[in-house]
Design a protein around this ligand. Structure first.
Ligand SMILES: N[C@@H](CCC(=O)N[C@@H](CS)C(=O)NCC(=O)O)C(=O)O
Length: 205
């Protein structure tokens, strides 16, 4: 059996969609969670190919990039998390790339900002520009209840975790009110939470 080990911080962050995708796909994996000093030690040892987390080890080979990990889980696992129809796959990939771009270039810098006023200003700029574009675009693509219809895909996992993050209020300046203009996305978040595999993930103990 293929040995899988996912390494990230002890937080949802970028790894949570990958954790859920691996679980839903029926792939057992080691969920390795590092404290910040352990991450720094690993980074300095050169074991992280891009210097960042998460990384997924597959039989000892180390891979970076969450979007690729999500696709890997879908292709390798038992659940149909990636559409065979090219147009549906285009929608899935486009949403994943859109959110990864928005997170990498706009949200991540604000996470490292310690001055609260500056942080909120960065979040306001994010909302006024790229995040609103990303949300509006995503809303226009959602067929309902999930992105491409009735099947849960890896894009829905990423969106479901994102909706959950906004609803939780843990991102200062980007709270549940952001979803008011995007009813399809909010409904997708509800469908994600109610999906039996996602419920099983949350109850996994
Ligand atoms: N494009 C990468 C981005 C990975 C990334 O930015 N990881 C952050 C944590 S969320 C990180 O490790 N930052 C610390 C660093 O680069 O030193 C992905 O999707 O996996």
């Amino acid at each position: 059996m293929t040995q899988l080990r996912l390494t990230y911080f002890d937080a949802p962050g970028r790894a949570e969609p990958v954790r859920i995708a691996l679980f839903v796909a029926g792939l057992s994996f080691e969920d390795r969670r590092l404290k910040f000093p352990e991450f720094m030690e690993l980074k300095q040892s050169g074991a992280l190919p891009l210097g960042s987390l998460p990384v997924l080890e597959v039989d000892g080979r180390t891979f970076a990039q969450t979007a690729a990990m999500l696709r890997f889980a879908a292709h390798k696992g038992s659940a149909k998390l990636y559409p065979s129809d090219p147009l549906a796959a285009l929608a899935v990939d486009s949403v994943i790339d859109t959110f990864n771009d928005t997170i990498s270039h706009q949200l991540t810098p604000s996470l490292f900002e310690r001055d609260m006023e500056k942080k909120l200003e960065m979040r306001r700029a994010l909302l006024a520009g790229p995040l609103t574009l990303a949300l509006r675009y995503t809303e226009s693509l959602i067929e309902g209840p999930f992105l491409t219809g009735s099947e849960l895909t890896i894009a829905d996992i990423l969106l479901g975790v994102t909706v959950q993050q906004y609803r939780s209020g843990t991102l200062d300046g980007i709270g549940p009110e952001v979803l008011a203009s995007y009813p399809k996305l909010a409904a997708l978040g509800d469908a994600f939470n109610a999906h039996p595999s996602v419920v099983a993930y949350r109850n996994r103990g």
